[in-house]
Every structure is written in C-alpha cells, then in structure tokens.
Design a protein around this ligand. Structure first.
Ligand code: NAD
Length: 421
C-alpha cells in the first residue's frame, strides 16, 4: 500500500466539498492527522529468536470525542494505510453521530505464520508499545482484519497490567467474560444488512431474490452471506484469500462456513466450483459486496464489473478511478462509511456499558443498532435526494457538515469571524 491510498481518499473527500458547508478551518484540519506513532514491536519467537515487527497507531481527528478504530494484523500494513483507515473512521463516526473521532492501528505481520503464543506476545507487545497514546478518553482500539475478541482480550488485560487498574473501555470487541457486549462479533454484518434492507427498494426495485457475490469470507463477509441467504438472496459467489467459489444456482453458505471453520480456508470446497479470484468480481449479479481489503476494484478491473449495485463492506474497496468508471456505467454504490458502520456503533454500546458498569442484553444491542443504522441511512438518502447527489457524496456531506459544526464550535473559527465583523 502506498501514499496513493491516502491521496485517493483525500481526493474523494474533496470531491464532496462543493456540496457541503465546511469552514476553511475544518477543511485545513481534516487534511492531516492529529498524531501518528510508529513503533517496533519485539517478539520472542517459539524457537528462541527475537523478531521485530513494525506497528502503527494513528489518531486522525478527535474533535467529536476520543479517536476510535480497529487494529489490523496483515503483511501489507503501512503508515499510509493506517492513516487512510483512520481518516475514513473520522467520517464514519461523524456519519453515525457517535461521540468519537477517527483512529486506526496495525502491525505488519502475517499472523498465519505465528503460533498462538507468538500471536499473544505480539498482541501484548504492540499494546505496550502504544499504551501511552491510547485510553478510554483518548483513543479506543477494536478488532479489524485478522484480529478478534481473543486479541482484544489480551490487549485490554495488558493495558490493565500497565496501568495497574481496570479500564475495560480502553478496547472494544472484547470477549464477553472480559466486559465485551453481546452482538459485537456480528455487528458489522448486522449493520450492513440493515443498510441493505433500508435501501433495497431504491437500488434493486422489482427484484425479490437478488443474486449476490461476496469477496472476503471473514468475520464481516461470511456472516453477511448467512443473513442474506436467510433473507432469500441467492449467494452465487464467495471468495477468501485462497479460493473463489461459484454456483449460479446459489451456494450452501452454511456448508462453506463449516468447511472454512474446519480447514481454515475455502480451498477444496464441498459445494460449488472454484473460479479465478478476479472472475468473482466480474460475475453477472444484482449485487457485489467487496468485504476483504481496500483497492479490490480499481481502474484496471472496474470495466469488467457486471453488478447493478455495490455495497462496500470492506473499507475503501473501490479506488476513485473505479468509482468514476462504475458511476458512468450506472452502477449504484452504497459507501463503506455507512455500510460497515455497525461494528463501531456496537463498540460504542460496549464503551458505554463499560463506563457505566452496566450490562446490555443482546435484544437491546440489536434493537438500538437497527434503529441507528436505519436513521442514518434514511438521512443519507434524504440528503442525496435533496441535493441530487450520489450516495457516497451524500454520506460524506452528512459527515463533513457534522464535523465542521463540531470543529467550529471549538471556538477558533467563530472567534475570527467575530473579530472580522
Ligand atoms: P477478516 O480478517 O475476518 O476477513 C477478511 C477476509 O478477506 C478473509 O476471509 C480473507 O481471506 C479475505 N481476503 C483477504 N484478501 C483477499 C483477496 N485478495 N481476495 C478475496 N478475499 C480476500 O476481516 P473482517 O473483520 O471481516 O474485515 C473485512 C473488511 O471489513 C476490512 O476491510 C475491514 O476493514 C472491514 N471492516 C471490518 C469491521 C469489523 O468489525 N470486523 C468493521 C468495519 C469494517
């Protein structure tokens, strides 16, 4: 991942500016992160060797509350990638009207090459390395690609050891036994499902049982596949980093999830046929859901996409080039900062419960998640209609205007306004 990713993200933000009310101060502040930390994480491997892994934590903006964003373990993690992901989190939390800013973290590592105890030492070592720049009122990590509740539990425990006290709200996405909240592990897919249902009649009119292909069969993608199949959709293609599977008649999602759980990958599937990874993105489907990594669809393959609608579950799966090509082709794009916001929304519930010492039951989590997702989706659609904008631009405008109002309320812009007057 290169600096292009951040440039690309900023281009998209700036494309929304002519349609948004944003002060000059807020515009300037949103162009660079509040703080960026690079760390070297030493890990004693099982064979006795010491290895050093580069890690990052970026707080992009914290005007509306503590920074919030996941931690990714992946060989491709770079400072630019983490900064871009933190940038997107800033708009996502504002879009959802959460009392948070945007942050992100990551370690450049292939977790599949680590034993369980090496993974635990890496997780604790990374947390210790960033402990000074996170905190329940400062910056709050959560799971992202290849990190899960086990990793979050180790990190919360490490933070408690370093600070000699319990601060469970420093990390969300923890196991229930350590202050986690029911429904967090399915929150991203549940949230995406609510967005899809809310806009379905608009973007897929007259289709009772849409066909869908999903790239990425991890936490978000596999659970969303189940929800859509249960709702009567035809899941005709799924893929992970090792294989892509296709069946025009519809795949048995439960069998594929069972297979992935047992073997660790989709390779040699019990159902469907293996196809080339790239071909999955080009299937003739009603809906394409990229749910793996950023940049999956770019200027080189966008013209081959045959879907009518794309729901971005991954962060940044389309480049700005791809956006333009797909927009010209009439493909409807429902953007990441809305579609995948269920995870951070339920993380907010977990943070509240930890800070108040309360326990939330699953029914409460589900009901409040649905209400929040539907409310903000309706707001984005209304803004798109009122100002005649594509949904991505409308989502950015909605977030930008909230951010600008908060930034301006910190005083400086209005003070200069008064002085000028
Ligand atoms: P995960 O690690 O559980 O799953 C990622 C999946 O993508 C895996 O199945 C992996 O094999 C697959 N993959 C990787 N490279 C691929 C490729 N080139 N082609 C096909 N598949 C590939 O991660 P996740 O938590 O499901 O996150 C997926 C995306 O959703 C990421 O972009 C993440 O930032 C975003 N997201 C996740 C959450 C969350 O709460 N987990 C919240 C918001 C956004």
């Amino acid at each position: 991942m290169t600096d292009d990713l951040l440039e690309d993200a900023i281009v998209r933000f700036e494309e929304a500016l002519p349609h948004a009310q944003l002060s000059e101060d807020a515009h300037e502040r949103l162009r660079s992160p509040v703080s960026s930390l690079k760390v070297s994480v030493p890990v004693r491997m099982d064979d006795g060797r010491l290895r050093i892994f580069p890690g990052y934590r970026v707080r992009y903006d914290d005007t509306r509350g503590p920074a919030k964003g996941g931690i990714r373990f992946h060989p491709g993690v770079t400072a630019a990638e983490v900064t871009t992901l933190a940038f997107w989190m800033t708009f996502k939390t504002a879009l959802m009207d959460l009392p948070f800013g945007g942050g992100k973290g990551g370690v450049a590592v292939d977790p599949k090459q680590l034993s369980a105890s090496e993974l635990e030492r890496l997780s604790r070592g990374y947390l210790a390395a960033i402990a000074d720049v996170i905190g329940p009122d400062v910056d709050i990590p959560a799971p992202d690609v290849a990190t899960n509740e086990l990793v979050m539990g180790w990190m919360a425990h490490e933070y408690a050891k370093i600070n000699r006290g319990h601060h469970p709200s420093v990390v969300t996405g923890k196991p229930l036994a350590l202050g986690g909240i029911p429904g967090r592990s399915s929150a991203t897919s549940d949230g995406a499902f609510h967005v899809i249902r809310t806009v379905q009649s608009r973007v897929l009119p007259d289709i009772d049982h849409p066909s869908v292909a999903i790239q990425g069969f991890g936490n978000a993608g596999s659970q969303l596949a189940t929800r859509l199949a249960e709702a009567g959709w035809r899941v005709v293609g799924v893929s992970d980093s090792s294989a892509a599977i296709h069946d025009a008649g519809g795949l048995d999602v439960a069998a594929l999830r069972e297979h992935k759980k047992a073997t660790g990958s989709l390779a040699d599937p019990p159902v469907g046929e293996e196809i080339a990874a790239e071909d999955l993105l080009c299937l003739e489907v009603d809906v394409l859901i990229p749910a793996a990594l950023e940049g999956a669809i770019d200027g080189s393959n966008a013209e081959r996409v045959r879907a009518r609608t794309i729901f971005e579950v991954a962060n940044g799966p389309l480049t700005a080039d791809a956006d333009r090509i797909l927009d010209d082709a009439g493909v409807q794009i429902v953007p990441d900062i809305l579609v995948n916001a269920g995870g951070v929304t339920v993380s907010w519930f977990e943070w509240i419960a930890n800070r108040t010492g309360d326990r939330w039951d699953e029914a409460t989590v589900r009901e409040r998640l649905e209400r929040r997702m539907v409310t903000e989706t309706d707001a984005v659609v209304a803004l798109a209609d009122a100002r005649d904008l594509p949904l991505r631009t409308a989502a950015y405008v909605h977030a930008i205007e909230r951010l600008s109002r908060s930034m301006d309320a910190t005083g400086t812009a209005s003070l200069f306004g008064d002085l000028d007057g």
